[in-house]
Ligand binder design. Structure first.
Ligand code: ATP
Ligand code: MG
Length: 462
């Protein structure tokens, strides 16, 4: 019997579900009854996926013109596949790029899978190197991009072991075996460039049509093999505006404590990816609803729990709005640095800091809040330093009219300033009111400082 422990859910997360992924269970049920998937608002930041699925999905064939048009964005992928196949091996596009091509979007990157072993691939490309230990694969480098070429992986040996975590995975197999090793059905598709056809061993086309995230195989097993997949499930649901299948949602709840077994750098990478394509608010919502936030980031969970217990609607709204403003900024094409992502994700920790601000120097709130997380997730020192500076600067932006302190030119020239200003603009957007007036005032002040500097270079009024 599967144990089914309900996580402590934070009740303050009661905003009406705005999009399908926010109410995955109900939505999944609808999908299962065979109704056509609900198309809610397209998730902010997933503009690439806007629009109906091309009818080609039904036929299992990517529209050649669309595919070729998009592929022309990455002629290197075509060249790499060409050279591998001319040497007698099989090579397909795989993973996220096939999914995104089928959704009518522009893939972020193009991954390739082949029957050639990493050594054989390496021999074909001078501009390549073998990387990874757990999964060995080849990076083929070009002036402005790196293509990942992996070798078809074989099926895992069946195991009775309690610990399903995969530690080593370098035996090679067939395309079908490889497809079944992938995480979600929509990520398990291959695209054969020569034949212009999609190869679907796992039901990925069906789930693209149903706009549903299904694991390939039993989600309880797949999440225990590699707990990072749980974050990936949330990432794809929120980024693509897909539903989580019922069993995936339940397994996330059941397996959430496994997250602690994942390697910190991988967790950190997935937290950043959860946030960086316009689905941050929905990702946060799903992390909370599944109880995963408690395991991923107990410090944030604790603050959210405290808000919920004291019924602090204002604090919740402020964070949700901040996440939404961040998603909108990302969608509008604002640059996102790690520090920007972290400052928004960890904003609940610095509630008091933002409200009251430190009298002088760096406050203990920031140190106490960030240090344990930074240590656990192995955040880069430069990122945590930047986040501290960003929060520290907030008080300077928000001040009573007439008492606003200017940043000296030497401060505005510092590399953290742009990020601090970005965070303030988001907060102003999220909270409105006096903060928005402050932001308008600052935007004008910074603009006139900039003009002054342009007109009188060399003058420093610090
Ligand atoms: P993105 O658009 O974020 O790059 P992606 O689907 O391409 O999404 P990648 O992390 O680039 O994701 O991985 C490429 C492919 O490798 C995935 O589509 C999936 O098929 C497979 N994959 C990646 N991570 C895992 C994992 N943890 N377990 C199983 N398969 C995985
Ligand atoms: Mg990818």
């Amino acid at each position: 019997m599967r144990s089914f422990r309900r996580p402590r859910l934070i009740q303050a997360d009661v905003k009406p579900a705005a999009r399908p992924s926010a109410a995955p269970r109900a939505q999944a049920k609808e999908g299962r009854r065979g109704r056509s998937p609900v198309r809610g608002d397209v998730v902010a930041g997933a503009a690439a996926h806007r629009g109906d699925l091309p009818s080609a999905v039904d036929r299992g064939v990517i529209d050649t013109a669309v595919a070729d048009g998009t592929l022309s964005l990455c002629p290197e992928a075509t060249r790499v596949i060409d050279r591998i196949t001319r040497s007698g091996f099989t090579a397909y596009l795989c993973g996220g790029c096939v999914r995104d091509l089928l959704l009518g979007g522009r893939p972020k990157d193009f991954d390739i899978v082949t029957s050639a072993t990493p050594r054989q691939v390496k021999r074909l490309f001078r501009n390549s190197r073998i990387i990874g230990r757990r999964f060995r694969l080849v990076h083929v480098t070009f002036p402005d991009k790196v293509l990942e070429v992996s070798t078809f992986r074989s099926a895992l040996e069946p195991t009775d072991a309690k610990d399903l975590l995969i530690h080593q995975d370098n035996t090679f197999g067939t395309p079908a075996e490889d497809a079944f090793r992938r995480d979600f059905t929509v990520n398990g598709l291959f695209y054969d460039l020569a034949e212009h056809r999609v190869i679907d061993f796992v039901g990925g086309l069906r789930d693209l049509n149903r706009r549903t995230i299904e694991t390939i195989g039993d989600p309880w097993v797949r999440f225990r093999e590699d707990p990072v997949r749980m974050l990936r499930a949330i990432k794809f649901a929120s980024r693509l505006n897909f539903m989580l299948a019922d069993d995936v949602y339940e397994a996330l709840i059941d397996c959430r404590t496994e997250l602690r077994k994942a390697a910190p750098p991988r967790l950190l990478e997935e937290i950043l990816r959860l946030m960086n394509l316009g689905g941050a608010r929905d990702a946060a919502r799903l992390l909370i609803r599944t109880g995963m936030m408690e395991d991923l980031c107990p410090e944030v969970h604790e603050v959210l729990d405290a808000w919920a217990r004291r019924g602090d609607r204002g604090a919740w709204d402020a964070w949700w709005n901040l996440l939404a403003a961040f998603d909108a900024a990302v969608t509008a094409g604002e640059p996102v640095s790690n520090a920007r992502l972290f400052s928004v994700f960890f904003a609940p920790l610095f509630e008091r800091e933002i409200e009251e601000g430190p009298p002088r120097g760096m406050s203990l709130d920031i140190e106490d809040g960030l240090s344990p997380i930074a240590a656990r997730l192995r955040m880069a020192r430069k990122d945590t330093y930047r986040v501290r500076q960003m929060f520290h600067a907030q008080k300077r932006f928000a001040s009573k009219p007439g008492t606003r302190r200017r940043f000296s030119p030497s401060m505005t020239a510092r590399d953290w300033f742009e990020d601090a200003w970005f965070l303030f603009r988001l907060r102003a957007e999220a909270e409105g009111g006096a903060l928005r007036d402050d932001a308008t005032w600052w935007a004008e002040a910074l603009e006139s400082d900039e003009m002054e500097r342009r007109d009188h270079p060399g003058r420093d009024d610090a």
